[in-house]
Write a protein that binds this ligand. Structure first.
Ligand code: ZN
Length: 144
């Protein structure tokens, strides 16, 4: 099935001229990004679109969390490796390094999800790092 974005890449004929449109970049809400890229969520194993950090499961209160410890060497997720992971998913029917399979975006001509999709600042920075810093600064028992 061809999606509208693919139709735009083929071109629209207007007044005997063919106009082609290509998606070059994208930004998505953090939760939507994993869905539209058909990947594991950012709080799951291999949930990062940009690299291959695996994460590890730690117990926390009544459940557990996947945490990502700083590692000395984290491999970047290249577009070529991303496409190989999609192919491996299609063959095996299982998730490979956080990739669950093909997505509507992986068929676009110029979009390279690992490079072209930027990190959502709302959840990553403002509700992520900054929120944690404020909690650390103002909820800490030490007032220094
Ligand atoms: Zn990463």
């Amino acid at each position: 099935m061809m999606i509208d974005l693919e139709l735009l890449e083929k071109g629209l004929s207007i007044d005997d001229q063919n106009y082609q449109f290509f998606v070059l970049f994208g930004i998505f809400d953090k939760l939507a990004r994993s869905l539209i890229n058909n990947m594991n969520g950012s709080n799951g194993y291999f949930g990062c679109l940009k690299c291959y950090i695996q994460g590890s499961n730690v117990s926390f209160k009544n459940g557990s969390h996947i945490i990502f410890r700083p590692e000395s060497r984290i491999l970047s997720r290249t577009h070529e490796e991303y496409l190989k992971d999609i192919d491996a998913c299609n063959l095996s029917g299982t998730m490979i390094r956080g990739v669950k399979g093909e997505t509507i975006l992986s068929r676009l001509r110029f979009l390279r999800p690992t490079k072209s999709i930027v990190i959502d600042p709302m959840h990553t920075i403002f509700l992520g790092v900054v929120k944690d810093l404020f909690r650390y600064w103002f909820d800490s028992p030490v007032k220094e």
